[in-house]
Design a protein around this ligand. Structure first.
Ligand code: ATP
Ligand code: MG
Length: 405
């Protein structure tokens, strides 16, 4: 018996004349994954993508896991394929479904006939296959038409009949790359990986910038950030992490400025440097994990003071989420356990006891005059290097590469 994976389009269906571009991006991402898993053919018809193993050696379990992470699909399911005759459908259902339905108390069977030349109508197909299931499972399961524990579906399509049970939600969103390119400010915390995931899901290719402050932050803090990037690659494919050192800027702030402004002044430097990376690398926006009111640097006043040094839009997808909600997402996408490892971030070095929550722009600018800001920003810029993190390069591989200034 042949098993395939069926993936159904989500929002793409609504895209009108742009649909072709969205489909092409979606298939490109799926084919990239299929190539690494190995041994699959991919075709699409009628808003469904068919992933078909070429032989018994193709790892369909792994391919199924990969398909669930591709943005743009509303649902994914594994299905048995057979000839378009009632005998073949019933025989395949008898063989394929009992294992899928074991442990469930009740099921509902639905059929869909897109090949209208098939002699039976959908309700008749569903009724016959339902009967076959009841017989094959010997009373251990019942039919329930409303609110069943599991749905069985028979789809009679152009190239054959497909039988499946327990369709799962896909990753949703729109295909990677359809929205352009974004630069994520990636700390080692819980929020920024979630922010990156949320924007990748809305179609942005993501790269990241990370600020460190060696020796106040450690090698292990950097490794943690690269691990987070690696975890995001499960969804994004590859992420270039630009790393920039803030050590001298932070020491200058500590030695020259009013403590209350440390965090704000630092964050304005981070924004300015991120903006430079964005302009150089042609990223169309910055992305942060900020959430309104979460900490002193995330009040409306503080956000306004940091926003105005960027020339590209600053996206903050977590802005309206509670910490608990961000934690839930972080667990779902698999970054939480790494995020809570206890390594320091540059934002927690020299933190003020009483940070300004309602900063006045004039005072911020006056503080900035107290240290050689432009010069130190240039120097930090020269210190940058990049690390490429990719999914499926053998294992995950980090390629350290310094960038010539
Ligand atoms: P997170 O959990 O993402 O670290 P947080 O609640 O700790 O967030 P902050 O430390 O104030 O908040 O950082 C707010 C945002 O600033 C982060 O979500 C991230 O986008 C960015 N950021 C903070 N530290 C760094 C860093 N070292 N490198 C790059 N971006 C950073
Ligand atoms: Mg943080």
């Amino acid at each position: 018996m042949k098993e395939v994976i069926l993936c159904k389009y989500g929002e793409i269906i609504l895209k009108g004349s742009n649909k072709g571009t969205f489909e092409a991006m979606l298939l490109k991402e799926l084919k990239r994954r299929a190539k690494y898993v190995g041994g699959f053919d991919i075709r699409y018809a009628q808003s469904t993508v068919y992933i078909e193993p070429r032989d018994d050696f193709a790892d369909i379990d792994e391919m199924y896991e990969q398909a669930k992470k591709v943005f743009g699909f509303a649902s994914v399911t594994r299905a048995a394929v057979c000839e378009k005759t009632m005998e073949a459908i019933c025989e395949t259902a008898r063989e394929y479904l009992p294992e899928k339905l074991r442990g469930y108390r009740n099921f509902r069977c639905e059929a869909k006939r897109s090949d209208k030349s098939f002699p039976l109508e959908s309700p008749e197909i569903a009724a016959q296959v339902g009967g076959v299931i009841l017989e094959a499972m010997g009373g251990s399961i019942k039919v329930k038409l409303k609110g069943a524990d599991i749905n069985v579906r028979i789809e009679v399509r152009d190239k054959g009949a497909y039988i499946h049970a327990g369709q799962e939600p896909g990753a949703g969103g729109i295909p990677l790359g359809c929205g352009g390119r974004g630069l994520l400010l990636l700390s080692g915390g819980i929020d920024s990986p979630v922010a990156g995931y949320m924007m990748a899901k809305r179609g942005l290719f993501i790269d990241a910038v990370h600020f460190e402050s060696f020796p106040y932050t450690s090698e292990r803090a950097r490794e943690k950030v690269l691990t987070l990037a690696k975890e995001l690659c499960e969804y994004c494919g590859h992420i270039r992490v630009h790393v920039i050192s803030l050590t001298e800027i932070q020491e200058a702030l500590r030695d020259n400025c009013n403590e209350e402004y440390f965090t704000l002044l630092l964050r304005r430097c981070m924004m300015e440097l991120s903006n430079r990376v964005a302009e150089e690398g042609e990223y169309q926006c910055l992305i942060t994990g900020e959430s309104l009111g979460q900490v002193a640097s995330q009040t409306m006043g503080a956000l306004a003071v940091t926003d105005c040094v960027a020339n590209v839009p600053v996206l903050r997808p977590c802005i309206g989420l509670d910490k608990e909600e961000i934690v839930v997402r972080s667990r779902e996408i698999g970054t939480f356990d790494t995020s809570i490892l206890p390594y320091e971030d540059c934002c927690t070095v020299f933190t003020p006891r009483h940070p300004k929550t309602r900063p006045e722009m004039e005072k911020v600018l006056a503080e900035e005059d107290k240290f050689p800001r432009a010069e130190l920003i240039d120097k930090a810029w020269e210190s940058r290097y990049a690390v490429m993190v990719r999914q499926f390069d053998g294992e995950f591989r980090y390629e350290y590469r310094s960038i010539e200034a």
